[in-house]
Design a protein around this ligand. Structure first.
Ligand SMILES: Nc1nc2c(c(=O)[nH]1)N[C@H]1C(S)=C(S)[C@@H](COP(=O)(O)OP(=O)(O)OC[C@H]3O[C@@H](n4cnc5c(N)ncnc54)[C@H](O)[C@@H]3O)O[C@H]1N2
Ligand code: MOO
Length: 416
């Protein structure tokens, strides 16, 4: 378990930006030290513990990129058609052989280039008659040849430490012949909800109660990151019980995540419960939704209290807590970069605050998508996440958005 210092999340006070928070995580939070070696087939989603160097070049040998005819470019007649006898035939998997001067070799995609050949004609461009290949002029030397090491040289870093492995990284590791990878151990995260108003979905609900939505959302977001999640249920606003539950969770996990009870409400007991075994700093972000976030330590384990409103949970998790998880997991992670869209509406906002407006995307006339705002704006409205495609990110310096303006959007699927 990484032991964090008590003042790990201390900061100078005042409103924080997301980038400041992420920089603080990177600077102060040490990753879990334990690693394990897993078969390639089980490495999807895991975080590489060390740089992977290519043991062989990729591709391992010069080969043809097309089905066609391999030639030596110097044998061609410049500016004119060339006629070369077809002396050999090479399929993928065949030994390379040698190109006799003044001849061509029938070759197929992935077959090794015969020694002496440097260029391949696509068969569609060649007329083959009576064992002679009739080759048009104008093909550049080296065309349709994949040189050894073109993709990666032997010894070079194929995958850097900190990479969260996706299917394409697994493919690259396989391509250089690895059958296992050393990854950081899975993070263990405990989650619970706080609030007397919450009941489990499906349970009998009192007149002033709501079903707990946030815990399942968090569990799903965490599971998508390959994290082992412990669901500790709903904890009531009751100080002694909360403190004991937090301590027990801290002993077994790398991060304890809660939702609800971090703002100024009088029944918010999370703060004293954390402080019974550690320290809590409430960070206020100039963002909407998702203003308050509590960060702290419980017996040296990271604690993070998210706000109660479901959309605030989603935004703070995907943009801020995600960075903390990356730091704990030893992962190199970059905040989602907005892509271009056009605003399909007029909008006025407060200066000095970043807003995440939930939007639906439609095809625009110029190829740039047009973003329409979801009708109900509040941070409690879960439908603003189920019926939209993206978050429009309106930065601090923006005061108003006019219909047709270029704006940044982050697609929801990229956020988990
Ligand atoms: N006077 C102020 N009032 C509020 C402020 C403020 O700064 N001053 N901040 C507002 C903001 S922003 C938010 S967000 C909420 C955050 O409050 P808490 O983090 O203390 O959360 P709660 O009060 O416990 O809950 C807020 C809201 O969310 C519902 N909730 C909570 N947990 C869940 C759950 N697991 N599943 C579904 N819904 C949940 C809860 O019932 C409340 O409706 O405070 C504003 N007020
Ligand atoms: O965190 Mo609160 O949901 O900004 O509204």
């Amino acid at each position: 378990m990484p032991q964090l210092s008590d003042d790990c999340f201390a900061h100078g006070g005042g409103a924080m930006t997301i980038d400041e928070a992420l920089a603080l995580f990177r600077a102060r939070v040490a990753p879990v030290a334990e690693t394990e070696t897993v078969p390639l087939a089980a490495a999807d989603g895991r975080v590489l513990a060390a740089d992977i160097h290519a043991r062989i070049p990729l591709p391992p040998f010069d080969n043809s990129a097309v089905d066609g005819y391999a030639v030596r470019h110097a044998d061609l007649t410049p500016g004119q058609e060339s006629r070369l006898a077809v002396a050999d035939r090479l399929q993928a998997g065949d030994a390379a052989g040698t190109l006799a001067p003044g001849t061509a070799v029938r070759i197929f995609t992935g077959a090794p280039m015969p020694a002496g050949a440097d260029t391949v004609y696509m068969q569609e461009d060649v007329e083959a008659r009576d064992g002679i290949a009739i080759l048009p002029p104008g093909l550049a030397r080296g065309a349709n040849r994949r040189p050894a090491g073109e993709e990666i040289a032997a010894g070079a870093v194929a995958l850097p430490a900190g990479t969260r492995l996706r299917p394409q990284e697994i493919a690259l590791a396989a391509g250089i012949g690895l059958d296992r990878l050393t990854v950081r151990r899975r993070l263990r995260v405990a989650i619970f909800s706080t609030g007397n108003e919450l009941v489990e979905p499906g349970a009998p609900r009192g007149p002033a109660q709501v079903f707990d939505t946030n815990r399942l959302m968090l569990a799903g977001l965490l599971a998508r990151l390959g994290i082992a999640v412990s669901d500790l249920g709903i904890l009531r606003d009751e100080p002694a019980g909360l403190a004991a539950a937090l301590r027990a969770a801290a002993a077994e996990h790398d991060l304890v995540l809660t939702t609800g009870g971090v703002s100024t409400g009088e029944a918010d007991h999370v703060k004293p419960a954390v402080e019974a075994s550690g320290r809590l700093d409430v960070w206020r972000f100039a963002i909407k939704p998702g203003r308050p976030l509590a960060l702290g330590t419980v017996a040296g384990t990271a604690f993070c209290g998210l706000p109660g409103n479901p959309v605030a949970v989603y935004v703070t998790f995907t943009h801020i807590v995600r960075g903390l998880i990356a730091a704990l997991g030893g992962e190199t992670w970059r905040r989602p970069r907005p892509m271009a869209a056009r605003a399909g509406f007029n909008h006025k906002k407060r200066l000095g605050r970043t807003e995440f407006v939930r939007v639906t995307l439609a095809d625009g006339p110029d190829g740039i998508p047009v973003a329409t705002r979801f009708a109900i704006e509040g941070a409690a409205v879960i439908r603003s996440l189920t019926e939209t495609d993206a978050l429009m990110v309106l930065p601090d310096a923006v005061e108003r958005v006019e219909q047709g303006d270029l704006v940044g959007i982050v697609p929801l699927p990229g956020l988990g």
